[in-house]
Ligand binder design. Structure first.
Ligand SMILES: *[C@@H]1O[C@H](CO)[C@@H](O)[C@H](O)[C@H]1NC(C)=O
Ligand SMILES: *[C@@H]1O[C@H](CO)[C@@H](O)[C@H](O)[C@H]1NC(C)=O
Ligand SMILES: *[C@@H]1O[C@H](CO)[C@@H](O)[C@H](O)[C@H]1NC(C)=O
Length: 595
């Protein structure tokens, strides 16, 4: 009896002691940080105050940089949304998951296509989910939805580790706002439209001839002509004219909640959802990926920002985006989470130079001193983006890192901080914490490979012990008109065939001394010239040898991985189309009173 009383009080004492040490009775506080990752669409590095812009107001982004670490050589793994985002969430070049294209279509074009991030891929969200994190994606996905039938959701964010999804399974694009030009295969649309017209005119002529009795026209000619006319119209009209209905939708998890989506309230709804997610999960490790629809065309604005900037509709949209970043920072800070939350700000690739017209003026981002832009895999303007990390109390305020870093580094960095030590696949990123904390001064990225579609466009080499950043271009896009600095005739540059000029020997620049890539190095001007070609060739060989032994092996396609961007996977299929209500009359509006 006495013994058991002793035992009980000893146990009580021990319990009290433990509780006092850990702060919370009975359980240990989970000290792993939260993550708030904010990605802007098509933002240029030259658009931001703390990256040198003096006419755009981005006080909230600038504040994040002054309270954290700013990366000046932060590189996207691809110059377009779908492959860049693939590499971002998987920590590997998009070629490893087949999310690259041989031809002109390099992003997913229809939600009713079957291509997308393969179900067997692993994302940082999936890894963190396995570590007990609550994971959410608010905003744009653009990595596919269905494989074989509507609702199988094999590529959906919920399937890829995000336990909560609210947002755009596709992307914002011009077709979401009636009256803007179409972004999807405009020339094909015109050809199909002309063909339908031609057939219709032919049909009417033949009908007239028959009705007027000018000639005897057999019914056998009329019937096929009529059917052909219907078919051509359907093939043109159904997928293309209804693009807004098919692609501009909002989902909450597995449900389509708005179709087509209302743009006027989109910003506030994305912000509200992101804030709500943070508040709801404040006492448990969480990952929020806020993937903004800004600053992609058609540049919608809420009235508070319209006409306020010095750079037209583009500037207004950008300043609204900055305001959203400020609201997110405020939310994290007001909940007392700043010391335990790693906040990250970036863009998926460079600004779209060719996006401009005589009415609105500039509609795409500004890449500062860097050459080229969106869709150009080799030129710096297509891939160098802002990169800011803030974690008060852990990362030194105001530090600047000039070393090469990649968006693919997020995956291993998040894993490291979430204490995930399980084995993984071949990754192309590195844990950034030693560099961010100033424990090391050199980046682990001695080489970086710059893809344009499936093609290796350029290689970056940061030789040990040197400041130089050599970039070796195997091909460059053909600008149109020549010398224009962009591909204005086609609206985006392409990576294949007659759209590029191959260089043998390759074009070499030192972007440490010549960041605008304007003075190619030669044997005479650069003493390391031969070494640069030799070292990069070796690195390419080594890199390519890692592309074959993938776990997703299927020998029907490139590098053993089934290609996700082939025409048959890209084109619209009615039976894959996400839809609310009954197909094909998909139409619904979010019930705002529910939230
Ligand atoms: C600032 O950004 C605007 C909008 O993209 C751009 O037009 C302008 O040239 C930029 N200014 C500087 C100094 O980079
Ligand atoms: C955050 O960390 C800093 C520096 O370690 C400290 O001064 C501050 O009090 C902390 N804030 C909170 C809310 O814990
Ligand atoms: C919206 O949601 C509220 C609350 O759940 C419900 O009472 C209302 O009937 C819904 N409205 C519509 C139009 O579905």
């Amino acid at each position: 009896m006495l013994f058991s009383m002793y035992a009980m009080s000893a146990a009580l004492l021990l319990w009290l002691l433990l509780a006092a040490v850990s702060g919370v009775p009975g359980e240990e506080v989970d000290k792993r940080p939260n993550f708030v990752l904010m990605m802007v669409d098509d933002l240029g590095i030259g658009d931001i105050g703390c990256y040198g812009n003096d006419t755009i107001r981005t006080p909230n982004i600038d504040r994040l940089a002054s309270e954290g670490v700013k990366l000046t050589q932060h590189i996207a793994a691809a110059p377009l949304c779908t492959p860049s985002r693939t590499a971002f969430v998987t920590g590997r070049y998009a070629i490893r998951s087949g999310m690259v294209s041989e031809g002109r279509v390099q992003v997913l074009l229809f939600l009713g296509g079957s291509g997308g991030l393969p179900p067997g891929e692993t994302t940082f969200a999936k890894r963190l989910q396995q570590q007990g994190y609550t994971t959410g994606l608010v905003g744009k996905w653009h990595l596919g939805v269905n494989c074989e039938r509507r609702g199988d959701h094999c590529h959906h964010p919920n399937q890829h580790g995000f336990s909560y999804f609210y947002g755009l399974p596709f992307t914002l694009f011009n077709d979401c706002l009636p009256g803007e030009n179409s972004d999807v295969l405009a020339d094909l649309q015109h050809t199909l439209k002309d063909l339908s017209m031609l057939l219709a005119v032919g049909l009417i002529t033949v009908l007239c001839v028959r009705v007027c009795g000018l000639f005897e026209v057999s019914l056998w000619l009329l019937v096929p002509l009529f059917l052909l006319c219907i078919l051509a119209t359907a093939v043109w009209y159904v997928p293309f004219v209804l693009l807004q209905t098919w692609n501009c939708i909002l989902m909450r998890n597995q449900d389509v909640i708005e179709q087509p989506m209302e743009l006027d309230t989109l910003s506030e709804r994305l912000l509200r959802e992101a804030q709500h997610f943070v508040k709801k999960n404040a006492d448990h490790p969480f990952l929020l990926f806020l993937s903004l629809a800004h600053v992609h065309t058609p540049l919608f604005n809420t009235p508070d920002f319209a006409g306020k900037s010095r750079h037209g509709r583009y500037g207004d949209n950008l300043e609204e985006m900055d305001w959203i970043i400020g609201k997110m920072t405020e939310t994290v800070d007001s909940l007392g989470l700043a010391n335990n939350t790693l906040m990250y700000f970036t863009s998926d690739h460079g600004g779209h130079l060719e996006s401009a017209d005589s009415v609105v003026g500039q509609k795409g981002g500004w890449n500062g001193i860097y050459k080229g832009g969106k869709a150009m895999g080799g030129w710096e303007g297509g891939i160098r983006v802002p990169g800011i990390f803030r974690w008060t109390g852990r990362l030194a305020a105001g530090r600047v890192v000039d070393e090469p870093t990649s968006l693919m580094d997020l995956y291993p960095t998040l894993k490291y901080l979430a204490k995930d030590t399980q084995p993984d696949r071949q990754l192309d990123g590195y844990n950034l914490m030693p560099l961010l904390e100033g424990e090391v001064v050199r980046s682990e990225h001695e080489f970086m490979f710059h893809y344009c579609g499936i093609y290796l466009n350029a290689v970056r080499w940061h030789p040990p012990g040197s400041d130089s950043i050599f970039k070796v271009h195997f091909f460059t896009p053909n600008f149109s008109p020549p010398g224009a600095g962009g591909c204005y005739d086609t609206k985006v540059c392409l990576c294949h065939g007659e759209h590029v000029t191959n260089h043998n020997p390759p074009l070499v620049y030192d972007i440490f001394n010549d960041p605008s890539e304007s003075r190619p190095l030669t044997l005479d001007t650069e003493q390391r010239y031969a070494e640069i070609l030799e070292q990069t060739a070796k690195a390419v060989e080594k890199h390519q040898s890692t592309l074959t032994d993938e776990e997703l092996s299927d020998n029907t396609a490139q590098h053993g991985v089934p290609g996700q961007m082939t025409w048959d996977k890209i084109l619209w299929r009615p039976w894959l189309q996400p839809c609310c209500g009954s197909f094909p009359f998909c139409r619904c509006k979010e019930n705002m009173t529910q939230v």
